[in-house]
Design a protein around this ligand. Structure first.
Ligand SMILES: [Zn+2]
Length: 241
């Protein structure tokens, strides 16, 4: 084994399933699983649909918590829409996994995220704001997600993301990603500049941002048990309640 592979392996935390239950949601019925781990004292979550054990070509979203967007309905980012789009995609496919990591504000925490918002209100972009606060542009760590993928024995992924760094990080941990499933949601006047920064400075694959239509590309899902997504599913104008 190469040295860097050994290092990556050694940093994969051990996770323990703490609790689980059926969770009906407005986006479909899931099972929610709460994990404890030996890396941090946070309770990371997974939402699952269908049988994942040993499965290949599983639709997976590795999602980082956004309290302002998901609980308060902030329009400054696309997190909430991405989460619900992903839940709908998985619900429709009948099988999949959302790993919900408790790393608010790209890993800088809620208080610092709000500080970063204040800096953005005086002209900094989201990356400059992080730097001014002494953080990297993105402090997220996907090691717990790797452990959770291994827990469910998911063999290969159709990863719902626009973020090339997330793909790279998971692949470096030995996770097989068959295909990326794009997830572009409709920008608004508050989120457009933030999304442009993510595209232009962080390399996020947001091909439709300038069109402003939030088109979600449909992909053929290469597994028997996941039927192709239907057209109406891609319509970002469908309001979620
Ligand atoms: Zn957000």
């Amino acid at each position: 084994m190469f040295q860097n592979e050994m290092e990556k392996e050694s940093h994969i935390p051990s996770v323990t399933l703490y609790s689980e239950a059926v969770l009906p949601t407005c986006d479909g019925e899931f099972k929610v699983h709460v994990f404890h781990n030996d890396l941090d004292d946070k309770e990371h979550l997974a939402l699952t649909a269908g049988d994942l054990n040993g499965a290949r070509g599983v639709l997976v979203r590795v999602h980082s918590e956004c309290f302002t967007g998901e609980s308060l309905g902030s329009l400054r980012c696309d997190c909430r829409d991405q989460l619900h789009e992903s839940m709908q995609m998985i619900s429709k496919a009948g099988r999949g996994l959302i790993i919900y990591l408790r790393q608010e504000g790209r890993g800088i925490g809620l208080g610092n995220k709000v500080k970063a918002y204040a800096l953005q209100d005086t002209g900094a972009d989201t990356i400059e704001a992080n730097h001014q606060l002494g953080f990297h542009a993105d402090e997220r760590n996907y090691a717990v997600a790797v452990s959770i993928l291994k827990f469910f024995d998911v063999k290969s992924l159709l990863l719902i993301t626009n973020n090339p760094e997330k793909i790279k990080d998971l692949k470096e941990h030995g996770i097989e990603i068959i295909q990326r499933v794009p997830i572009e949601v409709k920008p608004n006047k508050y989120s457009r500049d933030y999304l442009k920064t993510k595209r232009d400075r962080a390399g996020h694959m947001l091909d439709h941002l300038d069109l402003g239509d939030g088109t979600v590309h449909l992909v053929d899902i290469p597994c028997d048990s996941c039927p192709p997504l239907e057209d109406e599913h891609s319509d970002p104008s469908i309001q979620k309640t």
